[in-house]
Design a protein around this ligand. Structure first.
Ligand code: DQA
Length: 164
């Protein structure tokens, strides 16, 4: 029997608990519960389970990433690190050592916004980045993790870290 990995973690960083009330012209009118409900039905179609968590604290996100990595059934992680994307060396270091694929997602198109959002410290160490599709970014991220988890990603793959 195969050992299919069937749990996908969806991790949200700071201020994403305020989706719906936070700058809705940028992040949309939908609150997280509605987005999460759609993700759960997609997960069911794809045959995976979700663990969805949000924190405003950098260390908590790192603890959860490590917990995800330690889980026997973890297929990968969809990560919206929010503001920490642009600042956190510690989060990047953690993502760089994860043995499962991490897909970076953002609701807004960070490349079309203020210059300080153009640079993601995570981008060089994730499997890929999905930006600008609103809530759909998470669904695309989930699909990406599920399809990547069937491939050789992680230690021993040819993923290389650039110096930027
Ligand atoms: C965000 C983009 C970040 O620049 C910002 O700090 C966020 C949300 C997004 O999903 O568009 O908090 O990650």
């Amino acid at each position: 029997m195969g050992t299919r990995k069937t749990v996908v973690w969806i991790l949200n960083g700071p201020n994403l608990n305020w989706l719906g009330r936070r700058e809705p012209h940028i992040y949309g009118q939908q609150g997280w519960p509605a987005i999460e409900a759609r993700l759960h039905s997609l997960a069911e179609q794809l045959g995976v389970e979700l663990v969805c968590r949000q924190s405003n604290h950098e260390g908590q996100l790192i603890d959860w990433l490590q917990e995800a990595a330690d889980g026997d059934s973890t297929a990968g992680v969809v990560l919206n690190a929010a503001g920490f994307t642009h600042t956190s060396v510690a989060l990047r270091d953690c993502v760089a050592s994860l043995p499962v694929p991490v897909v970076e997602v953002h609701l807004s198109n960070i490349h079309a916004r203020e210059p300080f959002r153009h640079h993601s410290l995570l981008a060089p160490v994730v499997a890929g980045q999905i930006v600008g599709f609103g809530a759909l970014s998470y669904e695309l991220g989930l699909r990406a993790v599920v399809s990547l988890s069937g491939q050789a990603i992680g230690p021993g793959s040819d993923r290389t870290e650039r110096g930027d």
